[in-house]
Design a protein around this ligand. Structure first.
Ligand SMILES: Nc1ncnc2c1ncn2[C@@H]1O[C@H](COP(=O)(O)OP(=O)(O)OP(=O)(O)O)[C@@H](O)[C@H]1O
Ligand SMILES: [Mg+2]
Length: 335
Protein backbone atom coordinates (compact mmCIF):
# COMPACT_ATOMS: atom_id res chain seq x y z
CA UNK A 1 0.00 0.00 0.00
CA UNK A 2 1.32 3.39 -1.00
CA UNK A 3 1.74 5.90 1.80
CA UNK A 4 2.66 8.96 -0.21
CA UNK A 5 2.14 9.95 -3.83
CA UNK A 6 3.78 13.20 -4.80
CA UNK A 7 2.50 15.76 -2.32
CA UNK A 8 -0.47 13.58 -1.32
CA UNK A 9 -0.75 11.26 1.67
CA UNK A 10 -2.61 8.05 0.89
CA UNK A 11 -4.78 6.95 3.80
CA UNK A 12 -6.94 4.01 2.74
CA UNK A 13 -8.41 2.12 -0.18
CA UNK A 14 -11.95 3.25 -0.95
CA UNK A 15 -12.80 1.07 -3.93
CA UNK A 16 -11.48 -0.79 -6.93
CA UNK A 17 -12.90 0.63 -10.14
CA UNK A 18 -12.65 0.03 -13.84
CA UNK A 19 -9.36 1.90 -14.24
CA UNK A 20 -7.65 1.12 -11.00
CA UNK A 21 -7.71 1.65 -7.27
CA UNK A 22 -9.48 4.58 -5.66
CA UNK A 23 -7.85 5.81 -2.45
CA UNK A 24 -8.81 8.33 0.15
CA UNK A 25 -5.93 10.65 0.85
CA UNK A 26 -5.12 14.21 1.76
CA UNK A 27 -3.12 17.22 0.76
CA UNK A 28 -0.95 18.46 3.56
CA UNK A 29 0.24 22.03 3.67
CA UNK A 30 1.96 24.33 6.11
CA UNK A 31 0.64 24.96 9.64
CA UNK A 32 -1.49 21.82 9.73
CA UNK A 33 -3.39 22.68 6.56
CA UNK A 34 -5.15 19.55 5.33
CA UNK A 35 -7.74 18.70 2.75
CA UNK A 36 -9.18 15.26 2.00
CA UNK A 37 -8.87 14.14 -1.63
CA UNK A 38 -9.51 11.06 -3.71
CA UNK A 39 -6.53 9.58 -5.52
CA UNK A 40 -7.28 7.35 -8.48
CA UNK A 41 -4.27 5.26 -9.36
CA UNK A 42 -4.07 3.64 -12.75
CA UNK A 43 -3.79 -0.14 -12.48
CA UNK A 44 -0.21 -1.33 -12.77
CA UNK A 45 -0.86 -3.76 -15.58
CA UNK A 46 -2.48 -0.96 -17.56
CA UNK A 47 0.39 1.45 -17.24
CA UNK A 48 2.08 -0.18 -20.21
CA UNK A 49 -1.02 0.46 -22.25
CA UNK A 50 -0.56 3.82 -23.87
CA UNK A 51 -4.20 4.24 -24.81
CA UNK A 52 -5.35 3.79 -21.23
CA UNK A 53 -2.68 6.16 -19.98
CA UNK A 54 -3.87 8.70 -22.54
CA UNK A 55 -7.40 8.30 -21.24
CA UNK A 56 -6.20 9.39 -17.83
CA UNK A 57 -4.36 12.34 -19.28
CA UNK A 58 -7.44 13.38 -21.20
CA UNK A 59 -9.66 12.99 -18.15
CA UNK A 60 -7.41 15.32 -16.25
CA UNK A 61 -6.88 17.86 -18.97
CA UNK A 62 -10.49 18.22 -20.01
CA UNK A 63 -12.26 17.76 -16.72
CA UNK A 64 -9.90 20.01 -14.77
CA UNK A 65 -11.39 22.90 -16.71
CA UNK A 66 -14.91 22.11 -15.49
CA UNK A 67 -15.96 23.89 -12.32
CA UNK A 68 -19.49 23.17 -11.26
CA UNK A 69 -21.20 22.07 -8.06
CA UNK A 70 -22.65 19.02 -9.86
CA UNK A 71 -19.31 17.87 -11.31
CA UNK A 72 -16.61 16.13 -9.27
CA UNK A 73 -13.71 18.57 -9.32
CA UNK A 74 -10.41 17.37 -10.73
CA UNK A 75 -7.56 18.76 -8.65
CA UNK A 76 -4.41 17.29 -10.11
CA UNK A 77 -2.86 14.71 -12.37
CA UNK A 78 0.63 13.39 -11.96
CA UNK A 79 2.98 10.59 -12.79
CA UNK A 80 4.96 8.45 -10.40
CA UNK A 81 7.51 5.79 -11.00
CA UNK A 82 5.88 3.77 -13.74
CA UNK A 83 2.35 4.93 -13.09
CA UNK A 84 -0.13 7.76 -13.11
CA UNK A 85 -2.71 9.12 -10.69
CA UNK A 86 -5.57 11.52 -10.77
CA UNK A 87 -6.57 13.59 -7.76
CA UNK A 88 -10.17 14.73 -7.30
CA UNK A 89 -12.32 16.22 -4.62
CA UNK A 90 -13.61 13.68 -2.10
CA UNK A 91 -17.37 13.26 -2.08
CA UNK A 92 -18.08 11.77 1.30
CA UNK A 93 -21.25 9.77 0.90
CA UNK A 94 -22.02 6.98 -1.52
CA UNK A 95 -22.55 6.39 -5.20
CA UNK A 96 -26.02 5.96 -6.69
CA UNK A 97 -25.52 2.23 -7.19
CA UNK A 98 -24.94 1.86 -3.43
CA UNK A 99 -27.97 4.03 -2.63
CA UNK A 100 -30.26 1.96 -4.86
CA UNK A 101 -28.95 -1.35 -3.54
CA UNK A 102 -29.38 -0.36 0.06
CA UNK A 103 -32.66 1.50 0.02
CA UNK A 104 -35.69 -0.57 0.89
CA UNK A 105 -38.68 0.00 -1.36
CA UNK A 106 -39.06 2.72 -3.95
CA UNK A 107 -37.50 6.15 -3.52
CA UNK A 108 -39.94 9.05 -3.22
CA UNK A 109 -40.47 10.52 -6.69
CA UNK A 110 -39.22 13.87 -5.46
CA UNK A 111 -35.88 12.32 -4.51
CA UNK A 112 -35.38 10.50 -7.81
CA UNK A 113 -36.39 13.51 -9.86
CA UNK A 114 -34.11 15.82 -7.89
CA UNK A 115 -31.11 13.52 -8.26
CA UNK A 116 -31.56 13.34 -12.03
CA UNK A 117 -32.22 17.07 -12.40
CA UNK A 118 -29.06 17.90 -10.43
CA UNK A 119 -27.04 15.47 -12.50
CA UNK A 120 -28.46 16.85 -15.73
CA UNK A 121 -27.56 20.36 -14.57
CA UNK A 122 -23.91 19.33 -14.20
CA UNK A 123 -23.88 17.51 -17.53
CA UNK A 124 -25.46 20.48 -19.27
CA UNK A 125 -22.66 22.71 -18.01
CA UNK A 126 -20.09 20.24 -19.35
CA UNK A 127 -21.90 19.98 -22.69
CA UNK A 128 -21.73 23.75 -23.00
CA UNK A 129 -18.08 23.99 -21.95
CA UNK A 130 -15.73 25.90 -24.22
CA UNK A 131 -11.96 26.09 -24.55
CA UNK A 132 -9.87 29.13 -23.74
CA UNK A 133 -10.78 30.79 -27.01
CA UNK A 134 -14.50 30.24 -26.53
CA UNK A 135 -14.78 27.37 -29.04
CA UNK A 136 -17.16 24.60 -27.93
CA UNK A 137 -15.44 21.47 -26.62
CA UNK A 138 -18.38 19.23 -27.53
CA UNK A 139 -17.90 17.16 -24.40
CA UNK A 140 -20.03 14.07 -24.07
CA UNK A 141 -19.61 12.07 -20.87
CA UNK A 142 -20.48 8.67 -22.41
CA UNK A 143 -20.51 6.81 -19.09
CA UNK A 144 -23.41 8.25 -17.12
CA UNK A 145 -24.17 5.26 -14.91
CA UNK A 146 -24.98 4.69 -11.22
CA UNK A 147 -21.39 4.16 -10.06
CA UNK A 148 -20.40 7.49 -11.59
CA UNK A 149 -23.06 9.43 -9.71
CA UNK A 150 -21.74 10.49 -6.32
CA UNK A 151 -24.06 11.60 -3.54
CA UNK A 152 -22.69 13.55 -0.62
CA UNK A 153 -23.81 13.29 2.99
CA UNK A 154 -25.14 16.83 2.69
CA UNK A 155 -27.33 15.75 -0.24
CA UNK A 156 -25.13 17.08 -3.02
CA UNK A 157 -25.24 15.24 -6.35
CA UNK A 158 -22.17 15.08 -8.62
CA UNK A 159 -21.19 13.36 -11.83
CA UNK A 160 -17.75 11.75 -11.78
CA UNK A 161 -15.39 10.47 -14.42
CA UNK A 162 -15.16 12.45 -17.55
CA UNK A 163 -12.48 9.84 -18.28
CA UNK A 164 -14.31 8.48 -21.25
CA UNK A 165 -15.50 11.86 -22.41
CA UNK A 166 -14.80 12.44 -26.04
CA UNK A 167 -13.86 15.97 -26.89
CA UNK A 168 -13.38 16.94 -30.48
CA UNK A 169 -10.10 18.38 -29.34
CA UNK A 170 -8.85 15.17 -27.78
CA UNK A 171 -5.34 14.15 -28.49
CA UNK A 172 -6.06 10.62 -29.63
CA UNK A 173 -8.96 8.82 -31.24
CA UNK A 174 -10.66 5.67 -30.09
CA UNK A 175 -10.55 2.71 -32.38
CA UNK A 176 -13.76 2.91 -34.35
CA UNK A 177 -16.45 0.69 -32.89
CA UNK A 178 -14.91 0.67 -29.42
CA UNK A 179 -17.69 0.71 -26.89
CA UNK A 180 -16.91 2.27 -23.57
CA UNK A 181 -19.28 2.82 -20.72
CA UNK A 182 -21.78 0.37 -19.44
CA UNK A 183 -24.09 -1.19 -21.99
CA UNK A 184 -27.39 -0.96 -20.09
CA UNK A 185 -27.02 2.81 -19.77
CA UNK A 186 -25.76 3.53 -23.27
CA UNK A 187 -27.68 5.24 -26.05
CA UNK A 188 -28.42 3.21 -29.18
CA UNK A 189 -26.11 5.35 -31.28
CA UNK A 190 -23.29 4.68 -28.80
CA UNK A 191 -23.78 0.93 -29.09
CA UNK A 192 -23.70 1.30 -32.85
CA UNK A 193 -20.42 3.20 -32.65
CA UNK A 194 -21.86 6.28 -34.36
CA UNK A 195 -20.61 9.77 -33.66
CA UNK A 196 -22.08 11.06 -30.43
CA UNK A 197 -23.39 14.35 -29.18
CA UNK A 198 -24.89 15.52 -25.89
CA UNK A 199 -28.10 13.64 -26.61
CA UNK A 200 -26.31 10.36 -25.85
CA UNK A 201 -25.98 11.59 -22.25
CA UNK A 202 -29.66 12.64 -22.29
CA UNK A 203 -30.53 9.01 -23.13
CA UNK A 204 -28.33 7.75 -20.27
CA UNK A 205 -30.04 10.23 -17.93
CA UNK A 206 -33.34 8.69 -19.11
CA UNK A 207 -32.16 5.20 -18.12
CA UNK A 208 -31.15 6.53 -14.69
CA UNK A 209 -34.46 8.40 -14.30
CA UNK A 210 -36.27 5.14 -15.05
CA UNK A 211 -34.11 3.28 -12.53
CA UNK A 212 -34.32 5.74 -9.64
CA UNK A 213 -38.07 6.21 -9.98
CA UNK A 214 -39.02 2.54 -10.43
CA UNK A 215 -36.03 1.10 -8.59
CA UNK A 216 -35.70 -1.45 -11.35
CA UNK A 217 -33.24 -1.47 -14.20
CA UNK A 218 -34.57 -0.43 -17.57
CA UNK A 219 -32.38 -2.85 -19.48
CA UNK A 220 -30.92 -6.14 -18.41
CA UNK A 221 -27.96 -5.94 -16.05
CA UNK A 222 -26.29 -8.62 -18.12
CA UNK A 223 -23.93 -6.87 -20.49
CA UNK A 224 -23.70 -8.37 -23.91
CA UNK A 225 -25.66 -8.89 -27.09
CA UNK A 226 -29.05 -9.37 -25.38
CA UNK A 227 -28.90 -6.03 -23.53
CA UNK A 228 -27.66 -4.28 -26.62
CA UNK A 229 -30.36 -5.81 -28.82
CA UNK A 230 -32.95 -4.66 -26.30
CA UNK A 231 -31.64 -1.09 -26.27
CA UNK A 232 -31.46 -1.05 -30.07
CA UNK A 233 -35.06 -2.22 -30.37
CA UNK A 234 -36.18 1.12 -28.91
CA UNK A 235 -38.69 -0.83 -26.86
CA UNK A 236 -39.12 0.97 -23.52
CA UNK A 237 -41.39 -0.61 -20.92
CA UNK A 238 -44.09 1.51 -19.32
CA UNK A 239 -42.72 2.56 -15.89
CA UNK A 240 -46.24 2.01 -14.48
CA UNK A 241 -45.71 -1.73 -15.07
CA UNK A 242 -42.83 -1.56 -12.61
CA UNK A 243 -44.38 0.86 -10.10
CA UNK A 244 -48.16 1.07 -9.86
CA UNK A 245 -49.49 4.61 -9.74
CA UNK A 246 -46.49 5.98 -11.67
CA UNK A 247 -47.40 9.55 -12.71
CA UNK A 248 -48.20 9.60 -16.46
CA UNK A 249 -46.49 12.99 -16.88
CA UNK A 250 -43.25 11.54 -15.46
CA UNK A 251 -43.61 8.49 -17.74
CA UNK A 252 -43.87 10.90 -20.69
CA UNK A 253 -40.58 12.59 -19.67
CA UNK A 254 -38.89 9.19 -19.33
CA UNK A 255 -40.13 8.17 -22.80
CA UNK A 256 -38.90 11.35 -24.43
CA UNK A 257 -35.46 11.12 -22.81
CA UNK A 258 -35.25 7.53 -24.03
CA UNK A 259 -36.40 8.08 -27.60
CA UNK A 260 -34.58 5.66 -29.92
CA UNK A 261 -34.22 8.48 -32.46
CA UNK A 262 -32.14 11.26 -30.89
CA UNK A 263 -34.07 13.88 -32.85
CA UNK A 264 -37.08 12.97 -30.73
CA UNK A 265 -35.22 13.30 -27.41
CA UNK A 266 -34.81 16.41 -25.30
CA UNK A 267 -32.25 18.34 -27.33
CA UNK A 268 -30.23 19.26 -24.23
CA UNK A 269 -29.85 18.11 -20.64
CA UNK A 270 -31.13 21.59 -19.69
CA UNK A 271 -34.42 20.87 -21.51
CA UNK A 272 -34.76 17.70 -19.43
CA UNK A 273 -34.10 19.69 -16.24
CA UNK A 274 -36.77 22.20 -17.23
CA UNK A 275 -39.30 19.42 -17.84
CA UNK A 276 -38.50 17.80 -14.47
CA UNK A 277 -38.69 21.14 -12.64
CA UNK A 278 -42.05 21.96 -14.23
CA UNK A 279 -43.39 18.54 -13.27
CA UNK A 280 -42.09 18.87 -9.70
CA UNK A 281 -43.87 22.21 -9.41
CA UNK A 282 -47.21 20.87 -10.62
CA UNK A 283 -46.94 17.73 -8.49
CA UNK A 284 -45.84 19.82 -5.50
CA UNK A 285 -42.70 17.74 -5.10
CA UNK A 286 -39.88 19.45 -3.38
CA UNK A 287 -36.76 17.86 -2.15
CA UNK A 288 -34.45 19.38 0.32
CA UNK A 289 -30.86 18.28 0.15
CA UNK A 290 -31.12 17.15 3.74
CA UNK A 291 -33.59 14.39 2.74
CA UNK A 292 -31.15 13.06 0.13
CA UNK A 293 -28.37 13.37 2.71
CA UNK A 294 -30.40 11.32 5.19
CA UNK A 295 -30.95 8.59 2.58
CA UNK A 296 -27.22 8.58 1.85
CA UNK A 297 -26.47 8.09 5.56
CA UNK A 298 -28.98 5.26 5.72
CA UNK A 299 -27.50 3.56 2.64
CA UNK A 300 -23.98 3.90 4.06
CA UNK A 301 -25.02 2.27 7.30
CA UNK A 302 -26.79 -0.56 5.49
CA UNK A 303 -23.96 -1.01 2.98
CA UNK A 304 -21.61 -1.58 5.90
CA UNK A 305 -23.79 -4.49 7.04
CA UNK A 306 -25.19 -5.85 3.77
CA UNK A 307 -23.20 -8.52 1.93
CA UNK A 308 -21.84 -7.26 -1.37
CA UNK A 309 -23.55 -8.66 -4.44
CA UNK A 310 -27.00 -7.64 -3.18
CA UNK A 311 -28.95 -7.06 -6.34
CA UNK A 312 -31.68 -4.71 -7.49
CA UNK A 313 -35.09 -6.35 -7.57
CA UNK A 314 -36.65 -6.79 -11.00
CA UNK A 315 -39.90 -5.29 -9.77
CA UNK A 316 -40.14 -2.14 -7.67
CA UNK A 317 -42.10 -2.09 -4.46
CA UNK A 318 -44.77 0.58 -4.46
CA UNK A 319 -44.50 3.21 -1.76
CA UNK A 320 -46.91 6.00 -0.90
CA UNK A 321 -46.18 9.34 -2.47
CA UNK A 322 -44.57 11.85 -0.13
CA UNK A 323 -46.54 15.08 0.25
CA UNK A 324 -44.23 17.96 -0.57
CA UNK A 325 -44.20 21.51 -1.83
CA UNK A 326 -42.84 23.06 -5.04
CA UNK A 327 -39.24 24.01 -5.52
CA UNK A 328 -37.11 25.80 -8.07
CA UNK A 329 -33.61 25.25 -9.33
CA UNK A 330 -31.32 27.98 -10.51
CA UNK A 331 -29.69 27.82 -13.89
CA UNK A 332 -26.25 26.32 -13.97
CA UNK A 333 -23.35 28.67 -14.35
CA UNK A 334 -21.66 28.07 -17.67
CA UNK A 335 -18.08 26.93 -17.58
N1 LIG B 1 -14.30 11.49 -5.78
C1 LIG B 1 -14.81 10.44 -5.14
N2 LIG B 1 -15.30 10.57 -3.90
C2 LIG B 1 -15.82 9.49 -3.26
N3 LIG B 1 -15.91 8.25 -3.78
C3 LIG B 1 -15.44 8.05 -5.01
C4 LIG B 1 -14.86 9.12 -5.76
N4 LIG B 1 -14.49 8.64 -6.97
C5 LIG B 1 -14.83 7.33 -6.96
N5 LIG B 1 -15.39 6.96 -5.78
C6 LIG B 1 -15.88 5.62 -5.41
O1 LIG B 1 -15.06 4.65 -5.99
C7 LIG B 1 -15.86 3.78 -6.83
C8 LIG B 1 -15.02 3.30 -7.99
O2 LIG B 1 -14.78 4.38 -8.85
P1 LIG B 1 -14.23 4.18 -10.31
O3 LIG B 1 -14.60 5.39 -11.06
O4 LIG B 1 -12.79 3.82 -10.25
O5 LIG B 1 -14.98 2.90 -10.88
P2 LIG B 1 -16.47 2.75 -11.37
O6 LIG B 1 -17.18 4.06 -11.30
O7 LIG B 1 -17.08 1.61 -10.63
O8 LIG B 1 -16.30 2.31 -12.87
P3 LIG B 1 -15.80 3.22 -14.10
O9 LIG B 1 -14.41 2.78 -14.35
O10 LIG B 1 -16.71 2.86 -15.20
O11 LIG B 1 -15.90 4.64 -13.71
C9 LIG B 1 -17.06 4.65 -7.22
O12 LIG B 1 -18.17 3.90 -7.60
C10 LIG B 1 -17.29 5.42 -5.93
O13 LIG B 1 -18.05 4.64 -5.05
MG1 LIG C 1 -16.35 5.79 -12.01
Amino acid sequence: MLAQLGRYRVDRLLARGGMGEVHLGRIEGAHGFERPVVIKVIRNELVENERVAMMFVDEARIAAGLHHRNIVQIIDFDLFDGGAFLVTEYVEGCDLRTLLRNHRGALPYAVGVTIIAELATGLDAAHDATDGSGAPLHLVHRDVSPSNVLLGRAGDVKIADFGVAKAKSRSYHTVSGTIKGKAPYMAPEQILGESLDRRADVFSLGTLLFEVTTRTRLFSAQPGPMAMAHILSGDVPDPAERRPGYPPALAAIVRRALARDREQRYPTARALVDALDALAATQRWSQSRSVIGALVEQARTRAAGVPSGAWLPEQGTPTPRTPTSPTSRGRAPRT
